[in-house]
Design a protein around this ligand. Structure first.
Ligand SMILES: *Cc1c(COP(=O)(O)O)cnc(C)c1O
Length: 471
């Protein structure tokens, strides 16, 4: 084809964007990404033509339908780098890599309403002047838990760092060797302590620590006793651990503060039986410690946050620490956290209101029905799959060893002509991305954390990912 003729046929960007197919893309992806991708595509078409001599082969396609399809592919590749919704077919409810706890509807509404305009983030409405960032949420936290005072920071690692830095910089903190946990990523108790400037004084052994071990380690250079919940592992066999009550007595005798890193933050007053082994945050626990800290996005079911409940004098000291500014929490998180905590004022509604509890307590029959519905959709699209029982987890290092009986749709290796890892990868790279897992020669989609409303989208994603590779 004639080079000049082809160059003249390249559409103007604005004309192209007003085509129906492009209006459809703009509705789906927004004007910015479509304009950017279409501009890049037209530029690459122009370059491809210029790269030829006078005659250009027919392979350069300028049909509107093809330009729209190629634009969409460019947008999809570009979007892979965005933070975006993912369908979680892993059966792990608080998946740390997938954003931990989904938020309640009221928390989502609170985020929207708070982000719309102005708010009383650091403004005391009663006296009409500057207030503290956490005053609003602290008021509710104290009322709900019976804590004397409270404070919220960016996450629980930050909460512990702030406590140690404030109470124990340059001094010793006594911890059992059985509680020197690593939570995953880069949270290791010994490293957080080093960072805070507190000196770690390990006592006992991995499996056994006695009260006398703690007592013998106290010197004039001791600043605090620390107890850490072993969130993500269990020690079985020949073990002994010092309970909170005994440690509390020692703290009182020695005049040292007792800090408790509770980890998950189980605030539910009547938790489901499956959480029986998780330490609950009760008034009696609060009465035994000087400060307790936990995550907002684990068993609490709220946004990422580190919550500290403590004596007023300690919280006053925390407020004076410049680190608080570094660790401070955003207004949208506070909006979501406040709303999540409001749900706890009516414990009977928690299993409905808080997605974490809804996902935890959904019946096996309900998940099986959902899996069957997905299977029917897949079979109607000629995807060969089967219904199988499977096991999920709570996740985020909470309740180690507890498995959640569930149901899945599985694609067996023998029904495809390629490897299951290929389909698994195609699913991750789709829009929306789907995260499933391979076990025992099957690609498994656990339906616990999939919304009924997302079944069609999931079925379509699985169909597209397995296109041309089913036997
Ligand atoms: C999860 C956990 C942490 C870290 O909490 P983040 O909110 O993820 O920073 C600290 N301590 C314990 C015991 C935990 O379980």
């Amino acid at each position: 084809m004639d080079k000049q003729f082809l160059l003249r046929r390249i559409p103007q960007l604005d004309a192209l964007l007003s085509e129906d197919l492009f209006c459809f893309l703009i509705d789906k992806y927004g004007a910015g990404p479509v304009r950017e991708a279409a501009r890049a595509l037209l530029a690459s078409k122009r370059q491809a033509i210029l790269d030829h001599e006078e005659t250009v082969p027919e392979t350069i396609n300028l049909e509107i339908t093809d330009l729209a399809r190629e634009t969409e592919s460019l947008i999809e590749v570009d979007c892979r780098h965005d933070l975006q919704p993912v369908l979680n077919a892993t059966g792990i409810i608080l998946h740390t890599n997938l954003g931990r706890a989904p938020l309640s509807n009221s928390a989502i509404t609170a985020i929207i309403e708070t982000s719309h305009g102005y708010n009383n983030l650091e403004f005391d409405l009663e006296i009409g002047s500057r207030g503290n960032r956490c005053d609003n949420v602290s008021y509710l936290l104290n009322k709900l838990t019976g804590a004397e005072e409270s404070l919220v920071v960016n996450n629980n690692a930050g909460a512990l760092l702030l406590l140690l830095d404030t109470l124990a910089k340059g001094k010793e903190v006594i911890v059992s060797r059985g509680e020197l946990v690593e939570i995953g990523g880069s949270f290791r108790i010994p490293e957080i302590m080093t960072q805070s400037g507190a000196l770690l004084k390990e006592v006992g052994t991995t499996n056994r620590t006695r009260l006398s071990d703690y007592a013998a380690a106290v010197t004039e250079n001791t600043a605090a006793l620390l107890k850490v919940h072993r969130s993500n592992f269990r020690i079985e066999g020949f073990t002994s651990e010092v309970g909170l009550a005994e440690l509390s007595d020692l703290a009182k005798e020695t005049g040292l503060p007792l800090i408790y890193d509770l980890g998950s933050g189980l605030l539910h007053p009547q938790p489901p039986a499956i959480l029986a082994a998780e330490p609950q945050l009760t008034p009696s626990v609060l009465g035994l410690v000087d400060a307790v800290c936990f995550s907002g996005d684990k068993l609490l079911g709220g946004p990422q946050a580190g919550i500290i409940l403590s004596r007023s004098d300690i919280v006053q000291k925390l407020h004076k620490n410049p680190l608080l500014r570094v660790l401070r929490v955003d207004k949208l998180v506070l909006a979501a956290l406040t709303s999540t905590l409001r749900s706890y004022q009516d414990p009977d509604s928690l299993s409905e209101d808080i997605p974490f509890y809804r996902l935890l307590t959904v019946s096996e029959d309900k998940i099986k029905e959902r899996a069957q519905n997905l299977l029917d959709l897949l079979l109607s699209k000629n995807v060969k799959a089967q219904l199988i029982p499977c096991c999920g987890e709570i996740g985020a290092g909470s309740a180690p060893g507890v498995t959640l009986a569930s149901w899945a749709v599985a694609i067996p290796a023998e029904s495809t002509v390629c490897s299951l890892t290929d389909i698994e990868q195609r699913l991750r790279l789709g829009i929306p991305p789907v995260v499933a897992y391979i076990n025992d020669g099957k690609l498994i989609f656990d339906l616990r954390c999939i919304d009924d409303d997302d079944l069609y989208v999931l079925a379509e994603a699985i169909k597209i990912a397995s296109l041309n590779i089913m036997k």
